[in-house]
Design a protein. Structure first.
Length: 211
């Protein structure tokens, strides 16, 4: 098994110390940092597929994400120093009036695993802040989560603010959460509906392959 395979396997196994060890070893051996990053992301991508297929569950995803982050902590400073840009940028948050964050956090982890730079706005986020942060951070994707039927309409508010400011076309809007479905996403004018965290990551990757 080569260094890259060891990194991917360690991420999948949620073995944080081993991930750090294999990542550092791969870098010390003179491997391209992009290849090391790809090995980390490959491990998380496999976790995402297994999660989508109900082969593993939330605890395993969280453990794998923690291991991934340990590797990213080593790789990111090298990438930044080299001037290498992330594959894309996104913001994510739960709408105003909604304090649920488990689903949002899973999506965030999967998007990081897809190679995106993510700004997490947290929960109970007003529409104006979604838009201001998207503009300020110069992101491509706005990810909006809601878990309550009573807060779903806040998603439409965000899209309305984007339109009122004349910036709607600058962003891809992705929505998700337990009460949300594809029909609702289309009705409010969102670009994509993601039924789960792995699907959100797949959509994000597809978008950046098309760029």
């Amino acid at each position: 098994m080569n260094s890259f395979e060891k990194i991917s396997e360690a991420v999948q196994g949620g073995q944080a110390p081993e991930v750090k060890q294999h990542v550092q070893q791969a870098i010390d051996e003179g491997n391209d940092v992009n290849d090391v990053l790809d090995a980390l992301l490959d491990g998380m991508s496999i976790i995402g597929k297994k999660f989508k297929n109900n082969e593993i569950f939330v605890p395993e995803v969280l453990i794998a994400a923690r291991a991934l982050n340990g590797g990213l902590d080593i790789v990111k400073p090298i990438l930044t120093k080299s001037g290498i840009e992330p594959k894309g940028k996104a913001i994510i948050g739960t709408v105003e009036g909604d304090l649920h964050d488990i689903g949002k956090n899973l999506v965030k982890m999967m998007l990081v695993g897809a190679g995106l730079e993510i700004t997490d706005l947290g929960v109970d986020v007003p529409a104006e802040r979604f838009v201001e942060e998207a503009i300020e951070k110069n992101v491509q994707i706005i990810c909006i989560s809601a878990l309550l039927t009573t807060t779903m309409d806040k998603m439409k508010e965000i899209i309305d603010v984007l339109e009122n400011r004349g910036v709607r076309d600058q962003f891809t809007v992705m929505v998700g959460g337990a009460p949300v479905n594809a029909e609702f996403a289309e009705k409010i004018g969102a670009d994509y509906y993601a039924a789960d965290a792995a699907t959100a990551a797949e959509i994000a990757q597809k978008l950046h392959q098309e760029d």
